[in-house]
Design a protein around this ligand. Structure first.
Ligand code: HPA
Length: 272
């Protein structure tokens, strides 16, 4: 794996416009941010050595290097989900590569179902913490010291400083944000009503099928992380209705510009 990371990082470094310290992973159908990237260099996943290839509908599957608000970024449009059949090493491989390239800050987005009764569809939730409910851990197996420590501390997986900055940006732009705990679970089924209640009682505010593996690996490798989730449906007793992938994407689409704005200003703020 170490050799593969190195090989892929070297391939990508040649394509980057310059030193890049910020990586972005965009969730299902949340590619709107890439329209804001100037001087873009698009690199389809198929063309990247050792990269898995994204298959799920709504994902274009490419890396985009360029400038966001004048700051160099490397964005993943479309991620690798565990439910697609990738193992955790594959799901998190791009994060390892980002680190090897020199990226030290990871911003992630996703769509999720709200289980906090105060949430509304279309809310933007700043992720304050997560619960790992995946059946496989991305760090299970031999630990390579070069990549990180055996028992990583997770007391601040989501940078308090980045959360504070993002809240400030949201307030300044009159964007409503909520905060909460994201539980990542394997999918691909959406939850049964009983499972939504279970996740709520567990301490979650929203549930989704991604992000947790990538953030674990990012923390393991010493990166600081920030995540935003778009609440596309509600898993709240009395408010649970049938949910489809299309609806999730539709709601995601309508709120994307606000999320893009927060991410863009955060990138600028972080690079100061
Ligand atoms: N559950 C899991 N994943 C999701 C949901 C949900 O309700 N909505 C969007 N992604």
């Amino acid at each position: 794996m170490l050799e593969q990371i190195k090989q892929t990082a070297e391939f990508l470094k040649k394509k980057l416009p310059g030193e890049t310290k910020i990586g972005i992973i965009l969730g299902t159908g949340l590619g709107n941010l890439v329209t804001q990237i100037t001087e873009p260099v698009e690199i389809p996943y198929e063309s990247i050595p050792n990269f898995p290839v994204s298959t799920v509908e709504g994902h274009s599957g490419r890396l985009i290097a360029g400038k966001l608000g004048g700051v160099n970024v490397l964005a993943m449009q479309g991620r690798f989900h565990y439910y697609e059949g990738y193992n955790m090493k594959e799901v998190t491989f791009p994060v390892r590569v980002m680190k090897a390239i020199g990226i030290d800050t990871l911003l992630v987005s996703n769509a999720s179902g709200g289980v906090n009764p105060d949430f509304e569809i279309g809310d933007l939730m700043i992720i304050t913490d997560h619960i790992n409910h995946f059946p496989e851990h991305p760090l299970r197996g031999k630990n390579h010291k070069e990549l990180g420590t055996r028992f990583p501390d997770m007391s601040e997986a989501y940078s308090k400083d980045l959360i504070k900055k993002a809240k400030h940006i949201a307030a300044k732009n009159n964007i409503k944000v909520v905060e909460g705990v994201y539980v990542g679970t394997s999918g691909p089924t959406f939850e049964t009503p009983a499972e939504y209640v279970y996740f709520r009682r567990m301490g979650a505010d929203a549930v989704g099928m991604s992000t947790v593996p990538e953030v674990i690996v990012a923390v393991h490798s010493g990166m600081r992380c920030f995540g935003i989730s778009i609440i596309t449906d509600l898993g709240v007793p009395g408010k649970i209705v049938e949910v489809s992938h299309e609806e999730v994407q539709q709601i995601g689409n309508s709120v994307q510009p606000l999320m893009t704005l927060i991410m863009k200003e955060l990138v600028v703020e972080v690079s100061k």
